[in-house]
Design a protein around this ligand. Structure first.
Ligand code: AGP
Length: 609
C-alpha cells in the first residue's frame, strides 16, 4: 500500500516530510520520493529501494521549500525504479497518488494524442497531464481538479502541488484513505492519522468523493457534488512512541511483547473484570440470525476460523468463514436477517472492504472488527468493534490477531447470551479464562531462549509443516503464514487429521513438523497419534505442549523438541499458542537475516486488488 504525506507551510517542510515518510514505511514500499516548490520551481528527488536511499539523494542534492509532498510507492503499474517512483511532475504540477486509476490506459492514449509524452509506466502520470491540460485551458486549480475527478475512475487518494500557486495543495479521496491535519499556520495531509499525528492532534478524515484545497492558513473541503462542506475535526491521541520501536530491535518484536497489555486493555473495554460479564453489545440481532458469515484475509481470516468453532459451540449459530477475495465473487446465498462479520487490522484491505460492500448491498447486518478508527471498513459497517491494539507497524500481524480473538470471544459470549444458550455461570467461566490470558502470554514470552533453539532447527529447512486439530488448526495455519511471510521459508498448516490424505507424503528426515497440542482439549489424543505417524516417517517434531502433554509424549516414547506451554483452557489456547507461533517466526527470520518488519513483496495493508 503506497503512502502519502504533504505539508503546506510558511517554513521549510523537507525534514518533516522525510520524517513523515519514515512513519509510512510500515505500509510496505519499494521506492520513495519528495517534491517541493522552492523559489517558484519544482525540486524533485526520488530513489528506488529503502527510504535511506532517498535520504542519501537529498543529502547529496539538498532541496527545500515551504510546500512539499512525499510518497512511498508499492508498485502496481510499472516496475519499482526511479522513473516510476512518485512524485510525478512536469512544469506545472507535481502529484503523489495511492490506489489505481482504472481507466488510465484510455486516458493515456488520449493525452498522447494531444502531444503529451509519458516517461513512466505508471497510471499516476495521467493525473499530471490531465491537470495540466485543464490549467492550459485557463481553469482555476479547483475547477481543474473537479474536471480531473470527472475523468478518472478507480480507487485513489492523491495530492497535487502547483507551480503557479506555490502555497496551494489540492487533495482528493476516492477509495483510498486520506487525512488532513490542522496545524498552526500550516496544514498537513497523510494516508493515515498516524503520520499527521507527528505534527498535530486535530485531523479531518475525508469521506468518499471528498476533495479539498489547502493553504498554510486555510482549508476547504468539498463533497463529490462539488458543494462546500463543513467537516468534523477529530482529536487523535497516539500513545507516546506509537511509531517508535522503543527498546526493541523491530516493530514486530515490540508488538509481540505488547500483547499482555493489549489483551488486557481490549478486555477491560469489553468485559467487566469484577463480575466477569461481557459489556460488549452489537446492534445486530443475534437471536433471530439464521447464519453468521465471517469474512477476512490472511491472519484476520485465521482469527475468523477460530471464531467459527467458538460461535458454533457456544452460540449454536451456523457459521461460514470465507476468504474475502473468494466471498466477493462466489455468488453466495444471503439469508434474511443474516449477519456478516468482517475482520481487518488496517480497515483498508480492499477485498474485505468490497466483501463488506456486497454484504451491505445484500441487506445483511454487518459488523466490523478493526484496529484503525475511521478506516474505510469502520466507516461502512453498521457495527464497529475496535481491537485497541494501538498502531501495528510490523507487516506481520501479531498483537492485532490476539486482540481480534479477544474481541471475537466477547462477541461469542454476547451472541450466546442473546440466543439464550449460555448461562451466566458459563459466561463468568469463559471470561475468567479470558482474564488469565495476559498472564499466560507473559509466561510464554519468557520462552525466548527455547524458541531460539527451535529457530536454529528451522533456519535451513526447505519446508515446514504446522499441524493442529480443532481451534489449534487455524493457529497452525497462522504459524505457517507468520513463518513464510517473514523468513521466506515455505511453510504449510494442516489439520492434523488431514495428513494421511496426502500431505504426509511430504514427510522425510528433513521435514520439521510443528504441533500445537494443548493436553486438556478433546483433540489431544488424536493429535498425539498424528505425531506418531510423522515421527515413524522420520520427521523432526516440535511439540508445543503443556506439562501434561509433555508427560504423554514421554510415556509414548515420542522423540521431539518440546516448547513448554502453560496450562490453559481450551477456550483461550488459540490466543496463548499464537504467541509461540509469532516468536518462532520472528527468531527464525532473525537467523535468516530477512527484513522482519517489511518483508519483501508485502504491504501492511493490501489496498489494491
Ligand atoms: C498477516 O501477518 C499479513 N500481514 C496479512 O495476511 C494480513 O493479515 C492480511 O493482509 C489482512 O490484513 P488486514 O487484517 O489489515 O485486513
Amino acid at each position: 500500500m503506497c503512502g502519502i504525506v504533504g505539508i503546506t507551510s510558511f517554513q521549510n517542510v523537507v525534514p518533516r516530510i522525510l520524517k513523515g515518510l519514515a512513519c509510512l514505511e510500515y505500509r510496505g514500499y519499494d521506492s520513495a520520493g519528495i517534491a517541493t516548490i522552492d523559489d517558484g520551481n519544482f525540486e524533485v528527488r526520488r530513489a528506488v529501494g529503502k527510504l535511506k536511499n532517498l535520504k542519501d539523494v537529498t543529502h547529496l542534492n539538498p532541496l527545500q521549500g515551504n510546500i512539499g509532498v512525499g510518497h512511498t510507492r508499492w508498485a502496481t503499474h510499472g516496475v519499482p525504479n526511479e522513473i516510476n517512483a512518485h512524485p510525478h511532475s512536469n512544469d506545472y504540477v507535481s502529484v503523489v497518488h495511492n490506489g489505481i486509476i482504472e481507466n488510465h490506459a484510455e486516458l493515456r492514449k488520449s493525452l498522447e494524442n494531444k502531444g503529451y509524452v509519458f516517461v513512466s509506466q505508471t497510471d499516476t502520470e495521467v493525473i499530471v497531464y490531465l491537470f495540466t491540460e485543464y490549467l492550459k485551458e485557463g481553469k482555476e486549480p479547483l475547477l481543474a481538479l473537479q474536471s480531473v475527478l470527472g475523468d478518472i475512475t478507480g480507487a485513489f487518494a492523491f495530492a497535487i502541488i502547483l507551480k503557479q500557486n506555490p502555497d496551494v495543495m489540492l487533495v482528493a479521496r476516492q477509495g483510498s484513505p486520506l487525512v488532513i491535519g490542522i496545524g498552526q499556520d500550516e496544514m498537513y495531509i497523510g494516508s493515515d492519522a498516524l503520520v499527521v499525528s507527528l505534527w498535530t492532534d486535530k485531523v479531518i478524515y475525508l469521506n468518499e468523493g471528498d476533495y479539498a484545497i489547502l493553504t498554510p492558513a486555510s482549508y476547504q473541503v468539498y463533497n463529490q457534488k462539488h458543494h462546500k462542506i463543513s467537516v468534523e475535526v477529530k482529536t487523535v491521541e497516539f500513545k507516546e512512541n506509537a511509531v517508535g520501536k522503543g527498546n526493541y530491535n523491530h516493530f514486530m518484536q515490540k508488538e509481540i511483547f505488547e500483547q499482555p497489555k493489549v489483551i488486557g486493555e481490549t478486555l477491560l473495554h469489553y468485559a467487566d473484570h469484577e463480575n466477569f460479564t461481557t459489556k460488549l453489545t452489537t446492534k445486530a440481532d443475534w437471536k433471530n440470525a439464521p447464519r453468521l458469515s465471517i469474512v477476512a484475509c490472511g491472519t484476520s481470516y485465521y482469527a475468523g476460523m477460530v471464531a467459527k468453532y467458538w460461535f458454533e459451540k457456544y452460540a449454536h449459530i451456523p457459521v461460514d468463514v470465507d476468504i474475502a477475495s473468494e466471498f466477493r465473487y462466489r455468488d453466495g446465498v444471503f439469508l434474511d436477517k443474516g449477519i456478516t462479520l468482517v475482520i481487518s487490522q488496517s480497515g483498508e484491505t480492499i477485498d474485505t472492504l468490497m466483501a463488506l460492500t456486497l454484504a451491505t448491498e445484500q441487506k445483511q447486518q454487518t459488523i466490523a472488527i478493526v484496529n484503525v478508527p475511521e478506516s474505510s471498513i469502520a466507516r461502512l459497517a453498521s457495527d464497529v468493534l475496535m481491537t485497541y491494539a494501538g498502531p501495528e507497524i510490523g507487516v506481520a500481524s501479531t498483537k492485532a490477531f490476539t486482540a481480534q480473538l479477544t474481541v471475537l470471544a466477547n462477541i461469542v459470549i454476547y451472541a450466546a447470551r442473546q440466543r439464550g444458550v449460555m448461562s451466566l455461570t458459563q459466561e463468568k467461566e469463559l471470561l475468567t479464562d479470558l482474564f488469565t490470558v495476559p498472564g499466560l502470554i507473559m509466561t510464554v514470552l519468557q520462552n525466548e531462549a527455547e524458541v531460539h533453539k527451535i529457530a536454529l532447527s528451522l533456519e535451513k529447512a526447505d519446508g515446514v509443516l504446522f499441524i493442529g486439530r480443532g481451534t489449534n488448526f487455524p493457529v497452525a495455519l497462522e504459524g505457517a503464514l507468520k513463518l513464510k511471510e517473514i523468513s521466506y521459508i515455505h511453510a504449510e498448516g494442516y489439520a492434523a487429521g488431514e495428513l494421511k490424505h496426502g500431505p504426509i507424503a511430504l514427510i522425510d528426515q528433513e521435514t520439521p513438523v510443528i504441533v500445537n497440542a494443548p493436553s486438556n482439549d478433546k483433540w489431544f489424543e488424536k493429535t498425539l497419534s498424528n505425531v506418531q505417524e510423522v515421527v515413524a516417517r522420520g520427521a523432526t517434531v516440535i511439540c508445543l505442549v503443556d506439562v501434561i502433554g509433555q508427560q504423554a509424549l514421554e510415556a509414548n516414547h515420542i522423540p521431539n523438541i518440546t516448547l513448554k506451554m502453560p496450562m490453559c483452557s481450551t477456550f483461550v489456547a488459540p490466543i496463548v499458542y499464537a504467541i509461540s507461533m509469532q516468536l518462532i517466526a520472528y527468531h527464525t527470520a532473525l537467523l535468516r537475516g530477512t527484513d522482519v518488519d517489511q518483508p519483501r513483496n508485502l504491504a501492511k495493508s493490501v489496498t489494491v486488488e
